[in-house]
Design a binder for this molecule. Structure first.
Ligand code: C2E
Ligand code: MG
Ligand code: MG
Ligand code: MG
Length: 292
């Protein structure tokens, strides 16, 4: 097991600990250090109006520039941050940083771009989330409708009544809510109708298999139809091929996201994306090297 002494005390190894416990503890200590020493980064993946533009906004995706291990994706450290609760501090940092970046884009002449932030279930359940969001919007002078909060279908359906309550409070601020990884959880359609979300994101697992499995094409069509009947926007994530792009556009899917259109990139490289709109090939699709 791992011990979490919280923010004030880094924990020291006990000789009796096994290797796995030690490396978890090391990771935990390193992550607190990362938060304090600005090693966390947000990369941004463009969301395109189907089929290929204009850019509507970006999803903020967390990265850790680890001094020894290189750039780490969330699967390397978020599960542990969830377990220890550190995700709440990290998540608050993410909300603030995304708003700061949005303000920058505003000042640089992109007043219509939006930003989407992923919320972990623990963060979603924090009683001060509304306060955190309110403060971040005010501090960076962000029109609330330009901020989208993504919660997964699984998180949203864990305690549906509670989710309706939380999302109602959040959307009263004017921010938008999006149901992420849709299709992988177990939605009650009754609650889906009641959730004040404005968008469904089709999980990339279904998009991936569109051309290979007719069931996936059927599921995707059904999700798009469901979203349309509930008057929700529908975003497809993980679009990697021109065939997927054409199929989704044909169904009436409004927004596309995926490596075909743009990988998550650091904000300083976003200006390069403009030239990409409307073309097929590009050199920009390479995400910074990920070292494990
Ligand atoms: P997600 O929110 O569903 O984000 C989509 C993931 O799919 C991202 O992985 C993205 O890089 C990847 N992706 C996008 N397009 C494609 C594609 O065309 N092909 C493939 N193969 N992958 C694609 P990433 O950045 O590793 O993030 C993984 C998950 O970590 C996210 O899934 C989200 O659940 C979580 N996450 C990321 N950033 C944050 C954050 O700031 N806070 C929280 N709580 N969770 C985060
Ligand atoms: Mg997401
Ligand atoms: Mg997703
Ligand atoms: Mg996902």
């Amino acid at each position: 097991h791992t011990k979490n002494n919280g923010r004030n005390g880094y924990t020291f190894f006990q000789p009796s600990m096994n290797m796995q416990a030690q490396s978890q503890l090391q990771l935990n200590n390193d992550l607190w250090h990362a938060l304090d020493n600005n090693e966390l980064r947000l990369f941004y993946q463009p969301k395109y109006c189907a089929p290929r533009g204009p850019i509507l906004g970006f999803e903020a995706l967390l990265r850790w520039e680890h001094p020894a291990r290189g750039l780490l994706t969330p699967d390397h450290f978020l599960p542990m941050a969830e377990k220890t609760g550190m995700i709440v501090s990290i998540g608050n940092w993410v909300i603030n940083e995304a708003c700061r970046q949005l303000r920058q884009w505003h000042l640089q002449g992109h007043p219509h771009w939006s930003v989407a932030v992923n919320l972990s279930s623990l963060q979603f359940e924090q009683s001060n989330l509304v306060e955190t969001v309110t403060e971040a919007l005010a501090k960076h002078e962000i029109p609330p409708e330009l901020l989208t909060l993504e919660v997964t279908e699984t998180t949203a359906m864990r305690d549906p009544d509670e989710s309706v309550r939380i999302l109602t409070e959040l959307t009263k601020l004017g921010v938008k809510a999006s149901i992420d990884d849709f299709g992988t959880g177990y939605s009650s359609l009754l609650y889906l109708k009641r959730l004040p979300a404005s968008e469904l994101k089709i999980d990339r697992a279904f998009v991936n298999e569109l051309q290979h499995h007719s069931e996936d094409a059927t599921i995707v069509s059904a999700i798009v139809a469901l979203a349309q009947s509930l008057q929700l926007k529908v975003v497809a994530e993980g679009v990697e091929t021109a065939e997927q792009q054409a199929f989704l556009t044909g169904l009436g899917c409004n927004t596309l996201q995926g490596y075909l259109l743009g990988k998550p990139i650091p904000p300083e490289r976003i200006s390069e994306l403009d030239n990409f709109v409307g073309t097929q090939e590009n050199e920009l699709k390479t995400e910074l090297h990920t070292v494990n």
